[in-house]
Design a protein around this ligand. Structure first.
Ligand SMILES: Nc1ncnc2c1ncn2[C@@H]1O[C@H](COP(=O)(O)OP(=O)(O)OP(=O)(O)O)[C@@H](O)[C@H]1O
Length: 723
């Protein structure tokens, strides 16, 4: 069994298997259905078909290279591959010993516009014509779209800007049914469509939470918060929601300036507050320079047009609307009348008027981990008995109140529903209202911890199972991505906001049902600059895309795909692919493996701010050396298709890097060994249920830790290490 292979947890897993036998068999069928459904879905679903076409045929069956050059799935004729070593371009793949291992068959691999050649330089592919049809899909949703011009900032200097204007309208994001928005309002509503409101009543209600001590003992961050007087406008309040949505409908982004002003009042941006009087349905718009709810939020504040966040709303449930924003109202009306009115599913949101629950309603079980930006606890909901993860969001130095943008982001997270995304169930407040906690579904492990505990790397079929789930989650985030443009003065924002920066193994959570879920996709960044974490923990650079390391001012969802490539390599090898300690070292490691990029394989490279002349000059891509097709040296083996996927994810030019959608269609997932069913994925003792000190011992046993563990065992009683 795989479990045995992964660290001797056979008994544990066997117990698990026994208990879950019936359930496992059911899920096995579902999984089978899912996989076969994937095949059929692609053919049956016209939108997916359209996506595939837009991806430039990169999906299986005649797909092209993500680096912009034509590519054949089967090895091309020898004549096309033949070239001398000296003909190789920098960044070119140099296949390793695998070439020999595989009987002299020339390896086809590619990187940055050049196909691979055999290691001895027998062959190298000539670049083929670039495919103009391959464009990275941009987010359907843009914040601050009305900005007169893109705002730039220097990432390397601590300022950052996301500047992405969609070159084409993407298909509507596949929102889950929970997020359904009534047809009439579809053009306006999106998961990102959030309103913040302030009501005097909420202050009183939240004050009733009283004193709490449960989660607070370790907290050092005690500043005045004004969340007690804030709320999200009527998401659960049907009556109010209805009226708010009607107003929103009339406040389309494309509407007149007058409507724009009204919309502004309804959809606050940084620092803007909408106060709602539920009883009277009164809505008052406010704004604050600080971007926070202040104690004096009852004062009417002037609406500043520049502060206004313009959300380009796209409704997932209405692809016509999403894809044809230029349609006239009448055309839209016609389409609406043709579409039957679906039943509105339950919509999860927080009504701050009713107040957030108090953290007192949870019993703390143990501290799971402390991330860079927040502490995560395992806790039990006293009311339901449900085990959850509570993430306390640090708000050190947030003296001016709770950042409004954070509330907006919380609502975004609450609206996300996907099997590969950790569910954020609700937000609860600390006793003194100076802290907030996100209540998340609890996951037993994170991938980083699991890989540290494993004796051997995951098998290829296990990696495929994990990669499929990861890619599904990333695709979901990208389909629902919010593009932000940050105000020129970074300090005006005091926070960053994106859903793309933090794909790394510690943010990939696993449970003992073989499920992988992405956590921490941006919220915590609301509370501080990513370059200035609250703790002194080192922010890992291992998964960071080269364009970010080189200080690009513009980046896209492609940065996540680079991280996905790094994670795939790490899953296969059980060690990080590029583990630099500094940005320079990180780039150096990347260049030594993939070759030093140049203008030819990465147009625009030379103009990137961080490009230095003293980078290592490595003319070839040596990635294949690390993942040969056959190996007697203990290196992880990877088939041609697998290497093709890995190399496509680790393509230098972000525009040519494989998208999540295209990656999901990659032939590697369809060749043997097939992806393992989740039900047969290895399981592990739930380290997250243990005290961190115990965890530390299990990860790296040493005499000192052993002693500490013995002491600790006195505290955990008869429960045993694995509970
Ligand atoms: N829902 C959850 N269930 C179980 N453990 C979790 C959950 N969410 C987070 N964790 C644990 O807490 C750790 C830190 O969480 P998270 O990444 O959200 O915090 P962070 O402050 O953003 O840290 P970083 O920026 O370093 O990733 C994770 O690596 C994981 O071990």
């Amino acid at each position: 069994m795989a479990a045995g292979r992964h660290g001797g947890y056979r008994d544990y897993e066997a117990r698990e298997r026994e208990l879950d036998a019936a359930e496992a068999s059911r899920r096995s069928k579902e999984q089978h259905h899912h996989l076969s459904g994937r095949h059929h879905r692609g053919d049956a679903d016209p939108r997916r078909e359209a996506d595939r076409r837009r991806d430039g045929g990169r999906s299986r069956g005649g797909r092209e290279l993500s680096n912009g050059y034509g590519h054949r799935r089967s090895p091309p004729p020898r004549s096309r591959l033949s070239a001398r070593v000296g003909d190789r371009e920098p960044g070119e793949v140099v296949s390793g010993s695998a070439s020999d291992d595989s009987g002299g068959r020339p390896h086809r691999a590619r990187e940055n516009g050049v196909s691979s050649s055999s290691r001895d330089g027998e062959s190298a592919a000539a670049p083929m014509a670039p495919s103009p049809s391959k464009k990275r899909k941009f987010s359907p949703i843009i914040w601050d779209r009305d900005s007169p011009k893109p705002m730039h900032s220097d990432v390397a200097k601590g300022k950052k800007t996301v500047e992405s204007v969609p070159t084409e309208l993407p298909p509507p994001p596949p929102l889950p049914p929970q997020d359904y928005i009534p047809e009439r309002l579809a053009v306006e509503k999106s998961p990102m469509d959030v309103e913040l409101a302030v009501a005097a009543e909420s202050a009183e209600q939240l004050q009733e939470h009283g004193e709490s001590t449960v989660m607070e003992e370790e907290e050092e961050y005690s500043t005045m918060r004004n969340i007690s007087t804030s709320r999200w406008a009527g998401a659960n309040d049907d009556e109010e929601e209805g009226s708010a949505q009607r107003k929103k409908k009339s406040a389309s982004p494309a509407d007149s300036s007058e409507l724009g002003q009204r919309k502004k009042a309804l959809s606050p941006e940084l620092g803007e507050v909408v106060a709602s009087d539920v009883s009277g349905g009164r809505t008052v718009s406010r704004s604050s320079d600080s971007g926070r709810l202040g104690a004096d939020e009852n004062e009417d504040l002037e609406v500043n047009k520049d502060d206004y966040m313009d959300v380009d709303r796209v409704d997932a449930g209405n692809s016509d609307v999403a894809n044809h924003q230029s349609d006239t109202d009448s055309e839209y009306e016609v389409r609406r009348s043709e579409t039957p009115e679906p039943v509105k599913p339950p919509h999860r949101c927080i009504n701050m008027l009713q107040g957030c629950r108090s953290v007192d309603e949870f019993e703390r079980l143990n501290k799971i981990n402390e991330g860079t930006y927040g502490v995560v606890y395992r806790a039990r909901d006293k009311k339901t008995g449900e085990i959850v993860a509570l993430k306390k969001v640090k708000m050190e130095k947030e003296r001016e109140g709770f950042p409004l943008t954070s509330l907006r982001e919380i609502n975004i997270l609450l609206s996300f529903h996907h099997p590969s995304i950790v569910d954020v169930k609700e937000v609860v407040v600390g006793s003194s209202l100076d802290s907030i906690f996100m209540v998340m579904e609890y996951m037993e492990h994170d991938l980083k911890g699991v890989m540290e505990a494993m004796k051997q790397p995951y098998s290829q079929s296990e990696v495929k199972c994990l990669m499929l789930q990861l890619l599904e989650g990333v695709k979901y985030l990208h389909d629902n991505w919010v593009l932000h443009r940050y105000p020129q003065t970074y300090s005006d924002v005091g926070c960053t906001c994106d859903f793309t920066r933090d794909l790394k193994t510690s943010n990939l959570l696993l449970n003992n049902r073989g499920e992988l879920k992405i956590c921490d996709f941006g919220l915590s960044r609301q509370y501080g600059s990513p370059l200035k974490p609250y703790t002194q923990l080192v922010v890992t650079l291992w998964y960071r895309a080269p364009e970010l390391l080189l200080g690009t001012k513009e980046y896209s969802t492609a940065i996540d795909m680079w991280s996905v490539g790094c994670i795939m390599a790490e899953l296969l090898a059980k060690e990080p692919l590029f583990n630099g300690k500094t940005e320079f070292e990180q780039l150096d490691k990347i260049f030594r493996t993939l070759g030093t990029p140049n203008e030819k394989i990465w147009p625009g490279y030379a103009k990137l701010p961080g490009v230095k002349v003293n980078f290592v000059k490595q003319p070839y891509n040596r990635l294949r050396d690390k993942f040969p097709a056959a190996s007697f040296s203990g290196r992880p083996i990877l088939s041609e298709a697998g290497f093709d996927l890995l190399n496509s994810l680790l393509t230098y030019d972000p525009d040519k890097r494989l998208s999540a959608d295209a990656a999901l269609q990659h032939e590697w997932f369809r060749e043997v060994p097939l992806p393992k069913s989740k039900d047969f994925m290895p399981t592990f003792p739930a380290l997250n249920e243990l005290d961190r000190r115990t965890k530390r011992y299990l990860k790296s046993p040493d005499p000192l830790e052993e002693q500490r563990l013995k002491e600790l065992q006195g505290n955990i009683g008869n429960r045993g290490l694995f509970g």
